[in-house]
Design a binder for this molecule. Structure first.
Ligand code: GN1
Ligand code: MG
Length: 337
């Protein structure tokens, strides 16, 4: 990680004092994130991967509109607040940005109880209930093909066509599984046009929730608002299930005790807490299907990236994307039974 580069960028935010410290954080598959201490305050400095997020201004506009809206509704929790650099802008050299570090918090990569699931789902439910009256036309899609699953399928087929012999051989069982279960995708593609458009978070996985460091079931904030976009609210429910009902870490390929039904039920109950009256029947009737499809799509995305030689998701070891795909497939298999 580029600590030296991060320090140079930070100098354009405030003058560096004796207590300055900077460490690279492991979180996230796409951007570089640094925790900075300076003048007795803590900040998060991020270098955004511009090949994936080419338009940071769109993302920041979404974040600011949502934050302002939540403030107007007296939202009780922390919001993302982007801080200006010395030029008055919240973006430096097209790819850097800075925020306050949210203190007394801790993050998790893996769930530890059904209660934690319930509390996180209630938190997301509350976040959504406060956004239902914000006009979706105010929020732009920073990643136009993010929810386009025909395109995701097309990218996958291309990656199979162009993969190296070795990677193809290594991933063959997973490729076959995804081809054999393409019907899940078809079911979704038929349903999607009927679903109401709402503003979604787009990445409510467990590592994007900050928990109270004294109480691992209490949530302080939902972070990573980069994928705020118009879409179906089922995406957020389903991505939460993908992450919170998974009893293993996202790159653990082992089989056995992959999925927790207890966690799933806690998520459903929590998610409906503030939304039960507001969601349409077509949304409430398709929660489980959405979970299956979002897990299927995530398996497809990890496998596509493995076959493409890991150009999208950061990896720490060579077959990490294949392991991630295996993990999603094992989870999906439990849901299909
Ligand atoms: C990516 O960078 P990160 O970890 O916030 C991805 C999500 C995936 C997630 C899987 C823009 O998020 O869609 O669900 O990894 N973000 C983008 O863990 O592709
Ligand atoms: Mg994200």
């Amino acid at each position: 990680m580029g600590i030296v580069e991060a320090k140079k960028v930070f100098e354009n935010f405030e003058s560096i004092e004796e207590d300055f410290g900077c460490i690279g954080l492991e979180s996230g598959h796409i951007n570089e994130t640094y925790l900075i201490r300076n003048q007795q305050k803590k900040y998060i400095l991020q270098k955004i991967n511009s090949s994936i997020f080419p338009n940071l201004e769109t993302i920041h506009s979404n974040i600011e509109i949502v934050a302002k809206h939540l403030e107007s509704k007296n939202y009780a929790h922390k919001r993302i607040e982007l801080l200006p650099f010395s030029n008055g802008k919240t973006i430096w050299e097209n790819e850097w940005r800075i925020m306050h570090f949210i203190g007394n918090s801790i993050g998790f990569e893996k769930v530890n109880s059904a209660n934690q699931c319930y509390e996180a789902a209630v938190f997301l439910s509350d976040f959504h209930s406060n956004l239902l009256d914000l006009d979706t036309r105010q929020i732009q899609n920073p990643l136009p093909n993010f929810l386009n699953y025909e395109d995701r399928w097309h990218q996958f087929v291309m990656s199979v066509d162009f993969a190296s012999k070795d990677r193809l051989a290594e991933a063959l069982p997973e490729i076959e599984f995804l081809y054999a279960h393409r019907f899940i995708l078809d079911e979704w593609i038929n349903l999607q046009p009927e679903l109401p458009l709402r503003i979604i978070h787009g990445d409510p996985k467990i590592s994007n929730f900050l928990f109270d460091e004294m109480n691992s079931s209490k949530i302080i904030a939902i972070i990573d608002w980069d994928t705020l976009m118009p879409g179906t609210i089922l995406y957020d429910f389903a991505d939460m299930v993908r992450s919170y009902s998974n009893l293993k870490e996202e790159d653990d390929p082992s089989v056995g005790k992959n999925f927790s039904q207890e966690n799933y039920l806690a998520l459903e109950k929590g998610f409906l807490k503030h939304l039960n009256e507001c969601l349409e029947p077509i949304e409430k009737n398709n929660l489980k299907l959405a979970a299956k499809i979002i897990i299927y799509i995530q398996a497809l995305r990890f496998l596509t990236d493995f076959l493409n030689q890991d150009v999208y998701y950061k990896i720490k070891y060579p077959i990490q994307n294949l392991n991630r795909a295996k993990n999603q497939i094992n989870l999906l298999k439990s849901l299909l039974n």
